[in-house]
Write a protein that binds this ligand. Sequence first.
Ligand code: AMP
Ligand code: MG
Length: 395
Amino acid sequence: MINIQKALDLVLSQKQFYGAEEVPLTEAVGRFLAEDIFTDRDAPPFDRVMMDGIAIQLKDLNDPLRPNYPIQGIQAAGAPQMTLKAPDHCLEVMTGAILPQGTDTVIPYEEVEIKEGTAYVKIEKAIKRFVHGQGSDSPKGTLVLQKGKKIHPGDIGILATVGKSRVEVAKVPTLAIISTGDELIEIDEKPLAHQIRKSNVYNLWASLLQEGIHAERHHIIDDQKVLQTQLKILVQKFDVLLLSGGVSMGKFDYLPTVFENLGVQKLFHRVAQRPGKPFWFGYHEEFNTKIFAYPGNPVSTYVNHLFYFKQWLYASLGNSWTFETKELGEEMPGCPNLARFISVNLNSENGRVLPLNHNGSGDLFSLAQTAGFLLLPQREGVYRKGERFSFITIR
Ligand code: AMP
Ligand code: MG
């Protein structure tokens, strides 16, 4: 049995770049950038009017304003730049318009009164210029989004602004999720007394969907021959297989033997951790297939997936998945033999987290109360109240 750090190192040693592809901007959210993004113009691209009002010439902001300014015309947003002909006049300007030539300051409508073609100013000095200067956010050629970044909705706006109607993103691996277990039935079937509906495949499938991956779902019965025949096909067809169940000590836990028979290279089986100890990980050299075989208990499956697979995936897509840390809200006895992922709740009062009472890794419904898992490393002494540990969010 190996420890959690060694297991993680072995998983990450299998990181794999699957190439890049171009997608329309409307399909890019949640994907990982495979190109650096630069501004193609100054931002803003022109001196942009920030308030609806009048634009005047006021070389020194401290100079007093004139009592009134006859209006020469209106500079609308989206109209070419106008020019102020006489410096004692003004132009009406709208937010988003280019600042007219010959003006430098905007007096908002709130501070003027307009009567018969003249703007009467109600203040003695301008408050500020209300001009968003050309290039003041980012000059042309600025690196605004870096290769490897996961594209969020705010980034989509940036990509649109720089004219990226198509975006180069990292290709995601093709992936199949395979449940094993003769007690499992489909969710629209009626369970007999000894049966349960499968949940892990849906849990994993949804988690992958959030990363932009549409995985195939499969089920294979607990029969060594059948497992071998079907996995042989799947190993060749997909980049990654995620399996749940069938890797523990039970009489029908055939997967480790089947993998061996199929020539899959085992990197480890069993990690000094709870839950999820029987986790099996390896790869098939010839078909370059990565295999994550999680023990079937729903919390074990999910924790392993969030901790190992997610870090592997992000590394493979040019990013890295890092965990925030949270303070433990109460002292707990140390655990020298195993690292532990404990289900915790957020305590809104002081931001610390508290362990949740639940019935172990088979208690799927406890996930509804869980904010995430705190990773407590192997240790002889106690885990101190207020001490910081990695927090694996499930939200
Ligand atoms: P195993 O790892 O195959 O020994 O399974 C451990 C426990 O997890 C058993 O109680 C299984 O019924 C349960 N289990 C396995 N796979 C799933 C699944 N896909 N959905 C829900 N529970 C599962
Ligand atoms: Mg099983």
